[in-house]
Design a protein around this ligand. Structure first.
Ligand SMILES: Cc1ncc(COP(=O)(O)O)c(C=O)c1O
Length: 306
């Protein structure tokens, strides 16, 4: 990553079959990943030297690669896993955000026949970061309900994690213009979807709902549903309307970059009493406790750095 990227110089990248310094991780401007957002990615994290839910991330990643019809230069699941381990091991990180990306690649002429492209695979590991500040993780963040609608799933499948995100960009500027920090988007039928980098949950009268349509099937969302069920909370993926979100007792966001993030304000109104609620806090503790559980974690193969 170029100097001044804001990520510092720590980390390790992988591109075109080689491990490289972050400053050498570059994409040609002719790559259609840049020109058309013709790409897909996945992001997972390492906590205290262990990948969290690596198999689930690899499942989602492999589905995305197949849906985009990338060949990723002959890499299979084992190779993908090795690249991820290799980046973290070489970066020497115990807590890391790890990203794997496939792009369409560069076509052989200005005609841009997609079939002529050599698909490209890259990955990188950076020191762990969250989608929000530490202060927001502890006390809650604000969101607005944007007027910008989410790109319809019939146009771009939101279950394939991608960087085609101008709907989120426009919605974020709506938030900034309203002196807020984050935005949740509706679909064309007025259902709540998600925000840039997170799914959303609403707890009302002891029942937990996260949108079932038009969203990325987040690994954290799936984890939280499982944890809620352990607490005998009725947790489901279902349609969620704006009024129900506004009336909820507790609202939180879920993301690999940050875990469970309480929401303390929607537009100008507080959520509940404006403090992170007890269920949000309980689930947060349970979520981070899972990071020691061998059933959910995979030790990083640090020996790959040698
Ligand atoms: C659009 C979108 N929704 C939801 C999520 C949360 O998914 P996960 O819990 O797998 O990180 C992300 C993660 O980056 C995302 O980009």
């Amino acid at each position: 990553m170029a100097e001044g990227s804001g990520y510092g110089n720590e980390g390790c990248g992988y591109i075109d079959g080689e491990y490289v310094a972050m400053s050498d991780l570059r994409l040609p401007v002719t790559d259609l990943g840049f020109q058309l957002a013709d790409m897909c990615y996945d992001a997972l994290h390492v906590w205290d030297g262990r990948f969290f839910r690596m198999d689930d991330h690899l499942d989602r990643w492999e589905r995305a690669v197949a849906a985009r019809r990338y060949d990723t230069l002959g890499h299979d699941r084992e190779d993908f896993a090795e690249v991820l381990h290799g980046c973290v091991a070489r970066a020497g990180l115990q807590k890391s955000m790890v990203t794997i990306v496939a792009t369409r690649g560069t076509p052989d002429s200005g005609h841009k026949d997609l079939r002529s492209c050599r698909n490209r695979l890259m990955a990188w590991a950076l020191p762990y970061y969250s989608a929000v500040s530490d202060e927001e993780t502890e006390h809650g963040c604000d969101i607005v309900v944007a007027e910008t609608v989410r790109i319809p799933p019939d146009a771009v499948d939101p279950t394939i994690k991608n960087y085609g995100r101008l709907d989120f960009v426009r919605a974020m500027f709506e938030a900034y213009d309203r002196e807020a920090h984050y935005a949740v988007l509706l679909d064309q039928e007025g259902n709540i979807t998600e925000g840039r980098g997170w799914n959303i949950f609403a707890l009302t009268g002891g029942r937990l709902v996260s949108p079932d349509r038009g969203v990325l099937e987040g690994i954290t969302r799936m984890t939280v549903k499982g944890l809620a069920e352990r607490l005998n909370i009725d947790a489901r993926f279902d349609a969620l309307k704006v009024d129900a979100l506004r009336a909820a007792d507790e609202v939180f966001l879920t993301s690999t970059a940050g875990g469970i993030i309480p929401v303390n304000q929607i537009d100008d109104a507080p959520v509940g009493d404006g403090q992170p609620g007890p269920v949000t806090q309980r689930l947060t503790r349970m979520y981070w406790d899972l990071h020691d559980d061998p059933a959910y974690t995979t030790p990083v193969r640090y020996e790959l750095a040698n």
